[in-house]
Design a protein around this ligand. Structure first.
Ligand code: HEC
Ligand SMILES: [Cu+2]
Length: 490
């Protein structure tokens, strides 16, 4: 091909591309039926209204079709002691009395008149940097306020999206670490699509002088914060803010939208809901929508809007999928969904088959208690100890550890366990049926789940005999008859 020809082709291609882009721009302008303003700065405001502010996990009423207004936001800063987890308190610094701070809901084109009030009982000056602001420091410079004063500044919301706000008073990291962050939503003209349920969640990492779980009022630890060694990583300011009675709720068939932010200060969040797929995610809280997402990354100082329809009932666990944070540092919440099951979408356990690779194939069995004894019964105490140890190393060891020492805050010890030694039938029942709910072992509380162990009465007798005769325990001998007795008690 000659060079001139190539040039010509290139030129026409370029022209075509320009035309194509131009038509795209035009189409998107005409298509935007919701607003007639090319530039959001031109959207006029009339009328004034006081902004509704809500505490997490709630969000204010959607903007719907309302026109842009002068929106007056009155935010009060409160420094107050609160609960981090059972027995542990912390001196939180808050926007509006909660961590995260009050949720602010605006629409594009609003003129926000922001009143930042520093309560006279507070000790320190504070300010606010809203990521939704186009202006120096996101408002930080104009809002610096000492206790007993109130500062006013205003800004126009030019960009729709979900934005983090936070205190930006030095040392900035410390103010954020103490809980000074929240979310401000800027809805597009005409509002976001309607959904059935909306919730407000924000992750944060906390750094305390004492280790995770150490009791009392825990002061902030600057060095741990600098090293990003969080003692707590939590949703909505404390361990358990979204679990048990505080769980989020929805009904089968509803669409849920989560406004999720990450205050940091140090860690990014791998936000995930176990057993749900996010139908839509506004990535980083902006306009880009990703679909069919399993885990969305939420940077420190960033956010995401997450939407999904709940299809089946159950408890869906909300986690930071940096998973030790979820199970050991508190980043765990719950969404409880009620309604009709749909076996087409999720069957539940259909059956439990015995799998014997070397055997005559797969034998099926009912999911009830018919567990097949796999070994000959032990004939002596020594054999019980030997068989019991084998079972322990195959089954119990992963959680309770090789010397029965357990793992603090996760798995209780079996070594010198007062719980174990106090009641033989209860210990047998634990292995037979599993155990859940709060228990106290050697003065420490555990509230977790031990799944039912699929062992025969002989195996249970042997493993418990091994446990009772190891690591300073009370030395009882458990027989398969004792196990049968407990089994038949129900
Ligand atoms: C998957 C982890 C896991 C496995 C495997 C497991 N347990 Fe547990 N176990 C737990 C948890 C968690 C608890 C506490 C449950 C709660 O908080 O209600 C517990 C509690 C117990 C208790 C009562 C509390 C105590 O410390 O005395 C006994 C006894 C016990 N387990 C014995 C066993 C034995 C024996 C085995 C093996 C046959 C076993 N467990 C296997 C996780 C496990
Ligand atoms: Cu502050």
């Amino acid at each position: 091909m000659k060079a001139t020809q190539l040039k010509l082709n290139r030129k026409t291609a370029l022209k075509g591309a320009i035309l194509f882009i131009a038509s795209l721009v035009m189409v998107s302008c005409f298509d935007d039926t919701k607003t007639t303003y090319d530039d959001t700065v031109d959207i006029p405001v009339n009328q004034e209204m006081i902004a509704e502010l809500t505490s997490p996990p709630h969000v204010p009423t959607p903007v719907g079709r309302r026109k842009a207004k002068k929106l007056v936001v009155k935010m009060e800063i409160l420094e107050k002691e609160g609960t981090m987890t059972d027995g542990v308190t912390y001196m939180y610094w808050t926007f509006g009395g909660t961590v995260p701070g009050s949720f602010i809901r605006t629409r594009v084109g609003d003129e926000v008149e922001f009143h930042l009030q520093n309560h006279p009982d507070n000790k320190l000056p504070h300010n606010i940097d809203l990521h939704a602001v186009n202006g120096p420091g996101g408002g930080a410079e104009s809002s610096f306020v000492v206790p007993g004063h109130s500062k006013v500044f205003s800004f126009k919301t030019l960009n729709p999206g979900l934005y983090v706000y936070h205190c930006a008073t030095a040392p900035v990291g410390m103010h954020i670490a103490n809980g000074m962050y929240g979310l401000i939503l800027v809805e597009p003209a005409g509002g976001l699509p309607e959904v059935d349920k909306e919730y407000y969640i924000m992750q944060g990492d906390f750094y305390t002088k004492g280790a995770n779980g150490e009791r009392g009022l825990q002061p902030f630890d600057m060095q741990k914060a600098v090293n990003e060694q969080a003692d707590y990583v939590v949703f909505n300011g404390k361990v358990g803010a979204l679990t048990g009675d505080n769980a989020l709720t929805a009904k089968v068939g509803e669409t849920v939208r989560l406004y999720v932010g990450n205050g940091g200060p140090g860690l990014v969040s791998s936000f995930h809901v176990i057993g749900e797929i996010f139908d839509r995610v506004n990535v980083e809280g902006g306009s880009l929508v990703n679909e069919n997402v399993q885990t969305t990354l939420i940077p420190a100082g960033g956010a995401a809007m997450i939407e999904f329809k709940v299809d089946v009932p159950g408890t869906f666990i909300i986690v930071d999928h940096s998973i030790f944070r979820a199970f050991n540092k508190g980043a765990l919440g719950m969404l409880k969904v009620e309604g009709e099951e749909d076996k087409k979408i999720y069957s539940g356990e259909i059956r439990d088959d015995i799998y014997l690779p070397e055997g005559p194939g797969i034998q099926s069995m009912p999911t009830t208690d018919e567990i097949i004894a796999s070994e000959v019964p032990a004939k002596s105490f020594e054999e019980q100890m030997e068989f019991g140890k084998q079972t322990y190393m195959q089954t119990c060891f992963a959680c309770h550890q090789s010397e029965g020492q357990g793992i603090p805050n996760a798995f209780p010890p079996l070594a010198k366990s007062d719980y174990l030694n106090a009641n033989v039938d209860r210990a047998i029942g634990t292995v037979l049926h599993g155990l859940t709910g709060e228990i106290t072992v050697n003065g420490e509380k555990y509230n977790s789940v031990m799944t039912r162990q699929m062992l025969s009465p002989d195996e249970i007798a042997n493993v418990l005999t091994y446990v009772y005769n190891s690591w300073g325990n009370s030395g009882k001998i458990i027989t398969s008859e004792m196990v049968e007795k407990v089994k038949n008690q129900k």
